[in-house]
Ligand binder design. Structure first.
Ligand code: ACO
Length: 285
């Protein structure tokens, strides 16, 4: 009962903050409201760190988790250039909180059975907002992934630009095995990274991918012993921050557009970005 009351309070605080923002009243979500929905959030200069912090439930995610993540994205200070997403405890995230599929649901949030009617697709669209902002050109997002990253956990890692994994990582796209599809924005990055045939095989078999294969499939940039994960992420963040911000942003924007452009269109996009870059170098010099 106690944890149900806490979760209800947390969800209400997150919803209040979202409503305040929609009404134009900027209001930060408090650390305690985030704690109540199982998140920790710290900003240290140019680096923001979001920690899924319900290790006793293997960082299972709920609608409150996604509302809060979206809200963090909305409120991200302009000074932040790197966003690290990590999980407390043995698993990065065991995916969606499976209690949402039970009649009792998650305390304070109910279950899917109460949102199946009109507006259900909009609820999914809202949940997807938690994942989409991590691709903004102005930031580079890094997932630090140890242990299980299942379903929504795998998709959260895929929502980030880069993934550093511990050698005990287990990625698994479990949704099809549960009668679902992956719908938290993970299918596009998965296909972009591993290609359609491998993405199809991974999703429909719902098999686990360990560190060695994750490296081979380019699902991870680097694999390290679990005790070195934080250091490896900090080293990568420092290396990324060494490049001047507007050049990094323009480069990310250019690379992100490459997949949907022809060679000639991409060449034109390179020119357009470079004209701005070189003019700004002369203006500042
Ligand atoms: N939702 C809710 N609770 C969960 C979830 C979850 N997805 N995963 C784990 N938990 C809870 C367990 O019920 C258990 O709670 P309890 O201590 O109150 O009984 C606690 O977390 C620890 O779980 P264990 O299974 O004991 O931990 P273990 O380390 O042995 O296994 C593992 C971890 C492999 C992640 C396992 O918990 C598991 O398979 N979880 C379900 C994964 C899943 O199917 N997720 C949904 C994917 S689909 C999607 O995300 C859309």
């Amino acid at each position: 009962v106690g944890s149900g009351v806490t979760a209800r309070k947390g969800l209400r605080a997150v919803n209040d903050a979202v409503e305040a923002a929609q009404g134009g009243r900027a209001e930060q979500i408090s650390a305690s409201a985030l704690a109540e929905v199982g998140l920790r959030y710290e900003v240290d200069g140019e680096i923001a760190t979001i920690t899924l912090n319900r290790p006793d439930k293997r960082n299972a995610q709920t609608f409150a988790t996604w509302s809060a993540l979206a809200r963090i994205g909305d409120d991200l200070p302009e000074t932040v250039r790197i966003v690290v997403v990590k999980g407390e405890g043995p698993s990065f995230s065991a995916g969606i909180d499976l209690r949402l599929f039970t009649p009792g649901g998650v305390p304070g949030e109910g279950s899917f059975s109460s949102v199946l009617g009109e507006g259900f697709e909009e609820r999914i669209a809202q949940a997807q907002q938690a994942f989409l902002w991590l691709r903004r050109p102005e930031i580079i997002s890094i997932a630090a992934v140890q242990g299980h990253a299942i379903g929504a956990g795998f998709q959260l890692a895929l929502a980030c630009d880069l993934r550093i994994v511990a050698d005990d990582v287990q990625f698994c796209m479990k949704e099809p095995a549960l009668g679902l599809v992956p719908d938290l924005t993970g299918t596009k990055p998965l296909v972009d990274i591993v290609g359609l045939p491998r993405a199809l095989e991974l999703c429909v078999t719902a098999r686990k991918v360990g560190a060695e294969e994750a490296l081979r499939l380019r699902l991870a940039e680097l694999a390290v012993p679990v005790e070195e994960l934080d250091t490896a992420v900090a080293d990568l963040a420092a290396a990324l921050l060494a490049t001047e911000r507007s050049a990094a942003t323009a480069t990310k924007r250019l690379l992100q557009g490459a997949g949907s452009r022809t060679l000639e269109e991409q060449a034109a996009a390179e020119r357009a970005e470079q004209v701005v870059r070189i003019r700004s170098l002369f203006a500042s010099g």
